[in-house]
Design a protein around this ligand. Structure first.
Ligand code: SIN
Length: 307
């Protein structure tokens, strides 16, 4: 009988975040686990060859970012549409004239225990078709703080023991926004007049609470890589298991994914555009910049039904 020692689930020598040999851009890996800065692209003038390599780099590094972009809403919309149709945002209405661009703002004079995206999550997994890719542009950035953290859920799956991988394949997670909505209500006793810092929420509560059931181990539609589809914000159960059985498993998996060595941390600058693959990573916005305004523009690409 083989009992595997603990180090087999700890980060060890399997990291491979090397840049591929690109011809139309440069990729500079951020951490050993994931992330890369992309140089050599102006999104206002991106051509097909650059886009093909950008997409490849995104799926390889899970999160990529471009500095010094002078983006307008329409530039971000155009780049988003190269990946696919716009996804529907479950929480917020878009800006006037640009319904698919969401403004994510925390004002300088605001102090709130809860901000948009302020806990580890993958975007809107409570939908039948959660967003595939998210794009976030830094319009106004605090002098420090407001970083976004990412964790690689493919690497986390690969480093589980074969026995644990086998146990997980076939399980289905229930994803719901009910914990998020309950948290919002605590700050707004009147009910669904919900607001997270400066963002007016446009919420269809039933869809968010009922949520959706998805494979816990999902297969990437472009790369065929498997990843763990579970997160502390939205996973509320596992189909066929009691809560007291599912919760420790979900806690273990989230703890495993969120080990520091599976993560990277993006420090924003005005003009930084980040893109991440929701099929292959979780992310977390930092609520640590009271006194400084932060304004981001967010667009999402419609995803597939996870399989
Ligand atoms: C998000 O979760 O989509 C927003 C992340 C951020 O503002 O850094």
């Amino acid at each position: 009988m083989a009992i595997l020692e603990a180090p087999h689930t700890q980060p060890s020598g399997r990291f491979d975040n090397r840049a591929a040999d690109y011809r139309h851009l440069q990729a500079l890996p951020l951490s050993s686990a994931m992330g890369a800065e992309i140089r050599g692209i102006d999104i206002r003038a991106i051509d097909d060859a650059q886009f093909a390599e950008l997409e490849h780099a995104l799926y390889r590094h899970k999160m990529v970012y471009l500095r010094d972009q002078q983006a307008r809403f329409e530039d971000q919309e155009k780049l988003t549409l190269r990946f696919g149709n716009f996804g529907v945002d479950a929480y917020t209405a878009g800006v006037e004239g640009h319904p698919n661009v969401q403004r994510v703002v925390k004002e300088a004079d605001e102090s709130s225990p809860m901000i948009f995206g302020g806990n580890w999550h993958t975007d809107s997994p409570f939908l039948e078709r959660p967003p595939a890719v998210s794009l976030l542009y830094g319009a106004e950035i605090p002098p420090y703080g407001g970083d976004t953290l990412y964790a690689n859920t493919e690497l986390a799956y690969q480093t589980l023991s074969p026995g644990m991988q086998e146990l997980l394949v076939g399980l289905k997670v229930h994803m719901s926004a009910r914990k998020v909505l309950a948290g919002l209500r605590r700050h707004t006793p009147d009910g669904m007049d919900v607001k997270v810092t400066s963002i007016d929420m446009d919420v269809e509560e039933r869809t968010l609470v009922d949520g959706a059931v998805h494979p816990l181990v999902r297969t990437h539609p472009k790369t065929a890589a498997k990843s763990l589809y579970v997160c502390p914000t939205y996973t509320v159960g596992i189909e066929g298991l009691r809560t007291e059985e599912a919760s420790p498993l979900v806690d273990f998996l989230c703890g495993h994914i969120l080990q520091p060595l599976y993560t990277c941390r993006l420090r924003w600058e005005p003009g930084t555009l980040a893109l991440w693959d929701n099929r292959a990573c979780m992310h977390h916005a930092s609520n640590d910049h009271d006194g400084y305004r932060r304004e981001m523009w967010r667009t999402i690409v419609e995803g597939e039904v996870p399989a």
